[in-house]
Write a protein that binds this ligand. Sequence first.
Ligand SMILES: Cc1ncc(C[n+]2csc(CCOP(=O)(O)OP(=O)(O)O)c2C)c(N)n1
Ligand SMILES: [Mg+2]
Length: 925
Amino acid sequence: MHEFLSGTDTLWLENLLEGSKNLPEWEKILDTFTDTDKKTDRLSTADKNKDLQHRVDALVETYRELGHLYAAINPLGSYMPPNLRYAWITQQGIGKELEASTYGLSDSEMEEVFIAPASFNPPRATLREIINRMNRVYTGSMGSEIVHIRNRPMRRWLIQQIENQDALKPWEDEELRSWQRDLIRAEEFETFIHSRFTGQKRFSLEGTDVLIPALRYLFTQAGRRNIKDIVIGMTHRGRLNVLTNAMRKPVTEILAMFEGLYFPHTYGGAGDVKYHIGQSTDFEIGDGRTIHISLVSNPSHLEAVDPVVQGKARGTQRLKDDETRKRVLPVLVHGDAAFSGQGIVAETFNISQLRGYRTGGTIHIIVNNQIGFTTASSDSRSTFFATDIAKVMPVPIFHVNGDEPPAVIRAIELALRWRQKFGQDVVVDIVGYRRLGHNEADEPSFTHPIMYELIRNHNTVSTIFGSLLDKNGVFTRNEQKIFRRSYLEKLKKAREEVKKLTDYHGFQTLKGSWSKIKRGYSFAFPYTGVPEKELREIAGKLIEIPDGFELHPKLKRFVENRRKMIETEVGIDWPFAESLAFGSLLREGQSVRLSGEDCGRGTFSQRHAVWWDISSKTPRQHTPLIHLARGNAKFSVYDSPLSELSILGFEYGYSLAIPEILVLWEAQFGDFANGGQIIVDQFISAGESKWARHSGLVLLLPHAYEGQGPEHSNAYLERYLSLCAENNMQVVNPSTPAQYFHVLRKQQIQKFRKPLIVMSPKSLLRHPNARSPITDFCSGSFQTVLDDPEPPEETERLAICCGHLWYNLVSSRRELIAENPKSSARRTRIIRLEQIYPFPEEALRNLIRESPETKSFIWAQEEPANRGAWNFLARRLFDISGEHWLYAGRAESASPASGSHKKHEEELSNLIAETFGTNKYGRMK
Ligand SMILES: Cc1ncc(C[n+]2csc(CCOP(=O)(O)OP(=O)(O)O)c2C)c(N)n1
Ligand SMILES: [Mg+2]
């Protein structure tokens, strides 16, 4: 046990001591061995042998369960600062679980032959042999946590693999030398940058340098096992080192960034710091073969990239038809503090085996330097190991000493085998230290003087491993020196080259599957109408009930309603418009993927994308849209777990992999999207500007003020608008089913990809007036603004609004005019702003110009004045009209909406009155 390594809670130890009812199984076994000598004296020889065998078995089981707690995994040794808690624990005699005497086994039994663990061949061995092997495999430089894996065949497989390590082929000299070369490169790269670019942050890898040979081994072995693609997410720590030394990004490119020869201007975006930018490489694995490695760009927000990597890996699996998920491998490299601290890690584990989100297992590598910035492990987590959170899943965890490259590589090898065999995640916890401060300008010994005194006196891993290789004649000191010098020369030469450069173009963008996609944004929207015959065919398929399939009675009505929508003049409603959009895209060979909480049925029971046969005793379902797909297209809809952050991240990642799939994420209610805000702020809105990565992800966010209280009214439109700039994304609030249909189709048909944020409806889903005639679907395209369908003969007041409010305003106008034909409502023209961003300046200006006699200009919104689009639009409306715009809406409010339905109604009346300049519904403006 090591103070640096461990968190505060040693529950397992306390359980042990207090003899609680929750004792682990093995301790109950221990209890049976108390007072052992007396008991065995009375046994026959056969029973005595059985009893001894029982004790040996118990000892072996204990190694499997607790061996990792005794493993020599900490390069800083078992140094322990004075600590009362620890003193208390040691005084209780903990630490004897692996001693043979604890099981009543004495020295005299050491040479006796027992039935050996199943991993032994031959199946019998002396107790000494058994103990020696157990010590070597469980308490050496690698500790394995496996007993939480309840699936017995899986656990047995792991035990076999771990206990049979001795039988593995020994490493070849060239392999050992190549790791040492990697370690030398890793070390020299850091010291070179340190001395040449003082003060520039690089988040040095020193202390966990072994990550470089570990990753290179993983890439090579993955490639040799027919894995074609690796998608990696990793943090800041050692990222530049990984880029150049593991992924072989030319070192000149890294140095160019350090020289300030940076390139965002060549792409037109803001760019990002060097240790956040992604990279794609074809990594050579020998014999002229390569494996594609894609390091995903990420923001500073630790671990946020985890589900993005999962989504991208899943998308790549789809792209490459990797149905077994054995050819595309996700890898996540974490820091110890972030891994245990960030909730998204647990969310990502939770989705790892779900049908809509599984990726066939992720290899997690923890770069465990036993510290997080200045925070000690004991303040970082309540668990013993940094990795305990991974035990939410049956995931093996290998803790390895970072000073022992062969142990680390064995762990990576085992992890890869496990992943390829079982399709489950696995964790390799590389325990090292951090030689410098958090960044290189930081002083670590302010807060950790004892640990840093140890580190100062600790040799680098290349020195430790290098002398071992030298001693064994594998790679002599002199040969290593020559290699070190030649690498340093390469670095110096690269620096000289870079000094001569004046500019540098480094962004990899719109390559591979993205090569047909264009940059930029255009208001020249593509034609998105669908010929009526085709549309009717699609609609027909959507209401076809398979033979012998019995629908729920209410669903039968749902289908009948849809039939009426196409056979009569009632018009198409919102949910049907969506199905028609999806169906038409699928017929055109474009895939559609929709995920979100309860999105199969739809939160508001509106979608019913999946039907269930209520007469069938076994689950039988029918998804009409699946049957519309042509070519390689596919329709998938997944009810997601209740995790907005990971699922939004996942879908964003998926959208990065393939531009040909319409990827949609639906929030249960728009306000829950706030759980995914990190993904919105740092990936969706800024990914193109920071990393030249495009995404066509669609967010469906139910939004409207309908008297439901502070939550479930507001999708925080203002948050999205505050992130809008440089045409980075599209924010729409369509008011008709046909508009929704066109905007969804446009998202796929247009040549560029920009995220699309849709303020989507709730009550409008069933509103009898929220219907569009079928002809509206058969031609045209999405309109950014919609004129008043019943414009006044003369316009005195010009009101602009969006979405749901329009229905309130139009019906109120009718009522007002009916009551008083002279009402100012009669002279109020209502324009709908369907797309708020990119702001349709020209279209809106043209409409406004059509009413030059207008005296009052009003922006009407449902949201309080500090929310909604008002703050975003006030300046823009003035700019396009030169007019001062009045605000009709709720007063500024700390809460999104009133909890009282009555108050909601009053507020609505007021805003309607303000819009029309009447006092019918409230005060005059
Ligand atoms: C969500 C989040 N919170 C805080 C930070 C600031 N921060 C950057 S690195 C770091 C320490 C991370 O420790 P660890 O995960 O152990 O990685 P290490 O730097 O030790 O390699 C912190 C707190 C951040 N980047 N992201
Ligand atoms: Mg750390």
